[in-house]
Design a binder for this molecule. Structure first.
Ligand code: HAM
Length: 418
């Protein structure tokens, strides 16, 4: 009987060697600035109670109405694969009482997220984000630092062809004032039922509509930035001046609307110019009402999510991935069965000294094993036979130029360090 192959589900992005090494490098570079700024890891479930996202992300969003992977579990509960990270962090902060301790609560996370979008280059149904959230302090300096941390992540990758766009979505007072005029404007438009319903839940959504006729009509719509309360305006001015002080360049995009409903005040997006339609490499902002909506205290929050898949595509487009970094330092070939245990031990020892070491397995010819060594990309290769074991010397071949040196096995580490 012949079994059929099974393919990965449609639209998922997975990373196999050697690409996975580049992916992991990108992920580490993106998140390292947050770790250095005192953010701490949060490991959260990839599925949550569906109501968390309905309430947290918002009923007017595409994410909630069209894109969630929702199913009933065996206990009849409605479960959803997380489409984003902020709502889950907030749930965990409330549940774990972190908001009763030192503020701001500063956490980072990394993992898979799920949205049933139409797959295309840079848009997947399972994708990867790293993100941070800073909860409980409303200080424009914090907003600027959060943005600068994201920016540093992209700089770590060596990216240049990207822009930061910022806006303010105002506080409740700003939004209420804007809503009155916007609803008046929208009521004059010829909208279908679904769009009208969305606009009633969150009128800002219509700015996000991709249809040309609606885009055109919205050109003359009242803009939230013109309705900012004194508090929101002053807050935003301060964020901008801190960004200036930090040397983080930005443009103000008065029409920016993000795909999630919880945003208030400072909101931002990083856009890469070489990626085509899916150009958003990261985004975030304040969400000052979210904790309360999820049953917690009325505390503020700000954070970002960076798209690791798209950041990798950007690094490939700008050719900034390091070439060498991923290979091991030493590849050891045992000449016969008698040397295997010795070689395994030696490999462990050199690894303990901090080097990456691979061993040749199987009973291949020396030629075959050398081929394997070559393919591995290791810096050095050592062949160990009986005479090496006895003399304690080994011939170390430098793969970059093919030259060999004879060294004492006990001094291997010194050579590798050089
Ligand atoms: P978001 O803008 O929906 O924000 O997603 C953040 C980033 O995730 C995007 O800029 C993009 O790079 C990546 N991304 C989103 N959807 C996909 C997809 N289908 N395929 C590939 N990449 C994708 C959030 O998720 C917020 N939770 C960010 C945040 C944290 N705001 C405040 N705190």
């Amino acid at each position: 009987m012949k079994f059929e192959k099974i393919a990965a589900p449609k639209g998922v992005r997975e990373y196999l060697p050697p690409e996975s090494q580049a992916f992991e490098w990108v992920r580490q570079q993106l998140i390292s600035p947050a770790k250095r700024a005192g953010y701490q890891l949060m490991e959260l479930p990839v599925f949550e109670d569906t109501s968390l996202f309905n309430r947290g992300v918002g009923e007017s969003t595409d994410v909630v109405t069209k894109e969630m992977y929702t199913f009933e579990d065996r206990g009849g509960r409605s479960i959803t694969l997380r489409p984003e990270g902020t709502a889950g962090v907030m749930r965990a902060v409330i549940e774990g009482n972190l908001d009763r301790g030192q503020l701001p609560v500063k956490v980072w996370y990394s993992g898979q997220f799920f949205r049933a979008e139409r797959p295309q280059a840079g848009r997947y149904r399972q994708f990867y984000q790293v993100g941070i959230e800073a909860i409980g302090i409303d200080d424009p300096a914090l907003d600027a630092e959060v943005i600068a941390i994201a920016d540093q992540g992209f700089k770590n990758l060596g990216l240049k062809n990207y822009r930061l766009e910022i806006t303010s979505l105002g506080d409740a007072q700003s939004r209420a004032a804007h809503r009155v005029d916007l609803m008046k404007f929208v009521s004059k438009l010829d909208l279908d039922e679904a769009t009208r319903t969305r606009s009633e839940i969150n009128p800002l959504r219509i700015f996000d509509d991709k249809r040309p006729e609606i885009k055109e009509a919205m050109q003359s719509a009242p803009i939230l930035m013109d309705y900012l309360s004194d508090y929101s305006r002053d807050h935003f001015e301060k964020v901008k001046s801190y960004l200036d002080a930090l040397g983080v360049s930005y443009t103000v995009n008065k029409r920016m609307v993000r795909g999630l409903d919880y945003y208030t005040g400072t909101t931002f997006e990083f856009v890469h110019d070489d990626l085509g339609a899916q150009s958003g490499i990261g985004g975030g902002g304040r969400y000052d009402g979210l904790m309360e909506v999820l049953g917690g205290q009325a505390l503020s929050g700000i954070g970002f999510g960076l798209g690791v898949d798209r950041a990798l595509l950007a690094a490939i487009a700008e050719n900034t991935l390091p070439v060498q970094d991923f290979n091991s330092d030493l590849f050891i070939i045992p000449l016969s069965l008698d040397e295997k245990a010795y070689v395994l031990n030696l490999a462990q020892e050199v690894r303990r000294a901090g080097f990456a070491v691979e061993v040749a397995f199987g009973d291949r010819s020396l030629k075959g094993a050398m081929k394997g060594a070559d393919k591995s990309g290791a810096r050095f290769v050592a062949v160990i036979g009986e005479s090496e074991r006895e003399s304690g010397d080994v011939e170390l071949k430098r793969m970059s130029d093919g030259t060999s040196i004879r060294v004492k096995i006990s001094e291997l580490q010194k050579v590798l360090e050089a």
